[in-house]
Write a protein that binds this ligand. Structure first.
Ligand code: SF4
Ligand code: SF4
Ligand code: SF4
Length: 327
């Protein structure tokens, strides 16, 4: 494939596939770790630290404790590192985490694509979209209220050191590997809804996406439309995974914009849709590359400064697993 034909869509899918396979790999390693920790295997496999990215509530508590006491969470240190990395990503490069890294977002995109192929996708009236967006902000406000306002540092400290928190990643693994009927039903409903309404979970229910969206409001990076050259074909609006009315905006500052640049890729008028940062035109790859650079920088700094690997002795991890899973 010539470099000229490398589209935003191709780049995004390559990055998303990489992270999906990476998550499957670390999920498998976590499973092996779980077998050891619960005594089902004698081969010690350390827990892959990156799985802690899936513990945002614990990370939010640890972030508050860190800000108030400068004490880094050494039970899930990678989780806290990644939490700050994703926040910074959003502050600088819109919701790059949602657009390129999150595997849930990717799966949701695939369902959306399938729904498009079947011609099932519907556009919602703006008013209904606004109403449907309320639950994720309510969930976020609920977590924010209890963790950031109600919980004291001592209560956070107590929560972070209970055995359950030590094995929270294994609990999450069990949630996905042995789902209850309710979980399966909820997943089925969300999948069916996403066939008709693009990215239903991400747009209307995910509180993490809501948090990153609010942070992205400060981002200096945005999709910009040149109204004078726009031919109002509506292609940008149709392709947008967040159903943003790109064709009616001059600059897209919506908290829903995941920076995927799919709209830029489909615009038939050269230079009509562009990515701008600090009011200067930048390559469309800026959001993807910028997001990945932030991720790698946080990872490297955390590894070199000892803020990536947990300091919990394996014997303690095994003891808590035996206590919680082998009852
Ligand atoms: S909205 Fe939530 S689930 Fe969707 S991509 Fe973003 S973080 Fe992932
Ligand atoms: S506005 Fe463009 S960059 Fe933002 S989510 Fe929609 S398609 Fe992606
Ligand atoms: S795809 Fe380009 S030309 Fe078509 S409506 Fe959107 S901005 Fe205008």
């Amino acid at each position: 494939m010539s470099l000229k034909r490398v589209t935003p869509h191709t780049i995004r899918r390559v990055v998303q596939c990489f992270f999906l396979f990476f998550c499957l790999f670390i999920g498998y390693r976590l499973f092996q770790h779980f077998l050891w920790a619960t005594g089902q295997s004698s081969v010690f496999i350390p827990k892959p630290p990156s799985v802690e990215a899936f513990l945002p509530i614990s990370a939010l508590m640890a972030a508050k404790r860190f800000i108030l006491t400068q004490k880094w969470d050494m039970i899930h240190p990678a989780g806290l590192t990644l939490f700050f990395a994703f926040i910074w990503m959003s502050l600088l490069f819109r919701k790059g985490f949602c657009g390129y890294i999150c595997p849930v977002g990717f799966v949701s995109n695939l369902v959306e694509q399938f729904g498009r192929k079947l011609k099932l996708q519907k556009e919602l009236p703006v008013k209904m979209e606004r109403i449907l967006s309320i639950p994720k902000y309510l969930l976020l406000a609920g977590f924010g209220y209890f963790i950031l306002i109600k919980m004291s540092t001592r209560q956070i400290e107590s929560f972070l050191t209970i055995p359950y928190n030590y094995v929270a990643d294994s609990k999450m693994l069990a949630f996905f590997t042995a789902p209850s009927i309710t979980t399966l039903l909820v997943l089925a409903v969300l999948t069916i809804l996403s066939l008709f309404i693009r990215n239903f979970w991400c747009r209307f229910l995910c509180p993490y996406g809501a948090l990153l969206g609010l942070c992205s409001a400060f981002s200096p990076t945005a999709i910009t439309r040149d109204a004078t050259s726009c031919i109002s074909c509506g292609k940008c609006r149709k392709i947008c995974p967040s159903a943003i009315h790109v064709d009616e905006r001059i600059s897209v500052h919506s908290p829903e914009c995941i920076g995927c640049t799919e709209c830029v890729g489909v615009c038939p008028v050269k230079g009509c849709l562009t990515v701008r940062a600090f009011n200067k035109r930048v390559p469309f790859t800026t959001i993807a590359i910028g997001s990945l650079c932030i991720l790698l920088t946080f990872y490297a700094v955390a590894v070199f400064t000892g803020h990536w690997y947990a300091d919990t002795p394996p014997q303690l991890i095994q003891k808590f697993h035996m206590m919680i899973f082998n009852r």
